[in-house]
Design a binder for this molecule. Structure first.
Ligand code: ZN
Length: 149
């Protein structure tokens, strides 16, 4: 069943679904595994410049995995062109793939999305996506790698 904004708010307030597995590393271990840009975005909650991401205009069939731990996050069949300059999806690949955290930074209340396996920062989710779910997962290209089919 597709997730809706109500489900997202519920997860961010009441707690997230349990992931299949957990990957936990220290900051210095991640630093060794990632490029400086990957580290800045995924471990320091950075944001890449719009339209800069390598995966933004990719619409090949495949799956998108977390750049840090490889957990599958999204499928190309649920990717859509949002015009925002970041890869956008309407649903996660699996309900427990993503973790949702209420984010009140920059004077706005938003919902941050993280990899539920390793807590990598991915981006944010907004309630202004296309039907039927109405969700728009706005994700940094740098946070993901594509696994082509
Ligand atoms: Zn991960």
């Amino acid at each position: 069943m597709a997730l809706t904004w109500k489900d997202i708010i519920h997860f961010s307030v009441k707690g997230n679904p349990t992931p299949d597995t957990r990957v936990e590393k220290s900051e210095s271990e991640w630093k060794q595994l990632l490029t400086p840009e990957q580290f800045r975005i995924t471990r320091k909650k950075g944001t890449e410049a719009p339209h800069s991401g390598a995966l933004c205009s990719v619409h090949d069939a495949g799956k998108y995995g977390c750049i840090c731990c490889g957990t599958l996050l999204f499928d190309s069949s649920i990717k859509f062109e949002s015009g925002t300059g970041w890869p956008s999806f309407t649903q996660p690949i699996k309900e427990n793939a993503i973790k949702y955290i209420k984010d009140s930074s920059f004077g706005m209340v938003r919902v941050e999305v993280l990899c539920n396996t390793c807590d990598a920062h991915l981006g944010h989710v907004f309630p202004d996506g296309p039907p039927p779910s109405g969700l728009r997962y706005c994700i940094n290209s740098v946070s993901m790698k594509m696994i082509k089919e």
